[in-house]
Write a protein that binds this ligand. Structure first.
Ligand SMILES: [Zn+2]
Length: 449
């Protein structure tokens, strides 16, 4: 599949003039919206009023410059959880009376207790607009039919994506309450041109199709958009998704606490941050100071269009690296090279070497005979040890494929990551599959225990 940057005239934008605005203009717009929202927070949001007062901001004018902004304390997920525990069920991050809110969601609970989030009519419209930016950048628009294989429940996940499809004039096909074979059937019968799901589920759905003698690449899907995990930004995962679906795979990033902030353009040179709707900072996780250009830091985000329950300087936990050169698409938005490189809290330490599960996945997915995989972490003495479990499809293949694959993976890990990890085969289709965020790192007392 071609990776040549698109000619400027071919680049799809949601709002070309604003997405390519000079940086100073963009910063000016951000500042205007920030200053406008601060007034509401100071007037009637108990959570933010207390935090801003503690930081010496009692009036929007107390925040006079971006340098002042950078002195505001960063917000952690733990602080949000503590606020909701102290003031259930919604906490105190509410700018308006509760009857102004039209949606409630909660986080998926992968990293701690679920946090609830309220949306006003305006902020729900904002969510839809953010997703519209994601879809348009991937070339989707009127005439497209977007299939969402997602259990539409309390987790915001792809709910807002469904709304975003409406904004770009595409047809949204909800795929909730269905098993995978039914979803494949719906994709074919209803003529879906795009699939919107986690990378793990995109792989799983293709696998189910294959097991039923159905070629996913023949279903008519030409674009896939993936969120919830770094997968689509990992070259080997993207290559596999594209090969299985015969489609171009786009990465997207968002979270309940922040919104749908990251998207890929047709140049697919990393994730853009939608800086019309978010302020993005890449900071040293410990000091909170900006990292040097091109260095890895933690993405810290501020909402500009969600004043009913916003976050300012929220620590996303995502490790990213800001590109230092402009994107060929013409957008002036920040660009995160390689997408989300890993989660700060996902890092494993294997004999003193930092290893991110996404780095292991980047190696595993280079081997087409490997189906699912799992990363077992267990204690051996005082150290964490890691074992990689691989499902290897040895059906109708020459003997030795299992042994060769195990050797190949172990070699690649040693060569690329500089560590030795025990690698074992498990029978095909014995590891869990995931509709949402995969939980492939498993902590055990003993290997296999
Ligand atoms: Zn771009």
């Amino acid at each position: 599949m071609s990776r040549a940057p698109a000619a400027a005239t071919d680049v799809p934008f949601f709002d070309r003039a604003r997405e390519t605005a000079p940086l100073e203009t963009l910063r000016g717009w951000q500042w205007e919206r920030l200053a406008g929202g601060l007034g509401d927070l100071l007037a009637s949001n108990a959570f933010w009023r207390a935090r801003l007062h503690a930081a010496g901001v009692r009036d929007p004018r107390d925040l006079a410059s971006w340098a002042d902004f950078a002195k505001l304390p960063r917000l952690t997920k733990g602080e949000l959880a503590a606020d909701q525990a102290a003031a259930p069920p919604f906490g105190t991050n509410c700018t308006y009376p509760l009857d102004r809110y039209v949606r409630v969601f909660q986080t998926s609970g992968t990293t701690g207790p679920p946090i609830r989030w309220l949306e006003t009519d305006a902020s729900w419209t904002w969510w839809a607009r953010c997703w519209a930016t994601v879809f348009r950048a991937a070339g989707l628009g009127p005439g497209d039919r977007l299939f969402f294989p997602f259990s539409f429940g309390l987790f915001v996940g792809f709910w807002a994506g469904l709304e975003g499809a409406r904004v770009i004039g595409a047809m949204a096909v909800p795929g909730g309450g269905q098993d995978s074979p039914t979803r494949l059937h719906a994709i074919r019968e209803l003529g879906a041109t795009a699939l919107v799901c986690t990378p793990s589920y995109g792989l799983h759905l293709a696998e189910v199709g294959g097991a039923q003698g159905l070629d996913p690449a023949a279903l008519g899907v030409r674009t896939t958009v993936h969120a919830g995990e770094p997968g689509a930004g990992i070259p080997a995962v993207r290559a596999r998704l594209e090969a299985l679906w015969g489609a171009r795979a786009y990465d997207h990033a968002g979270m309940t606490e922040v919104g749908a902030y990251g998207f890929e353009c047709v140049a697919q040179a990393g994730l853009h941050v939608n800086e019309l709707e978010f302020v993005a900072e890449v900071l040293d996780p410990d000091s909170g100071l900006p990292v040097e250009p091109g260095e890895i830091g933690e993405l810290t985000l501020t909402n500009l269009g969600r004043w009913g329950a916003p976050v300012l300087r929220y620590r996303s936990g995502d490790r990213v690296r800001l590109a230092t050169t402009p994107c060929s698409c013409g957008r002036t938005f920040a660009r995160l090279e390689g997408g989300i490189l890993g989660r700060v809290d996902d890092m494993l330490v294997v004999r003193g070497v930092n290893v991110f599960p996404s780095a292991l996945e980047g190696i595993v997915r280079r081997f087409p005979v490997i189906g699912e995989f799992q990363i077992e972490v267990f204690r051996r003495g005082v150290l964490d040890e890691v074992r990689l479990l691989l499902e290897i499809d040895d059906g109708a293949r020459p003997a030795g494929i299992v042994r060769d694959t195990l050797t190949g993976v172990a070699e690649a890990i040693r060569r690329d990551l500089g560590i030795r990890i025990e690698v074992s085969a498990v029978p095909a289709r014995t590891l869990p599959r995931y509709e949402l965020k995969a939980r492939r790192v498993v902590r055990r007392q003993t290997p296999g225990g």
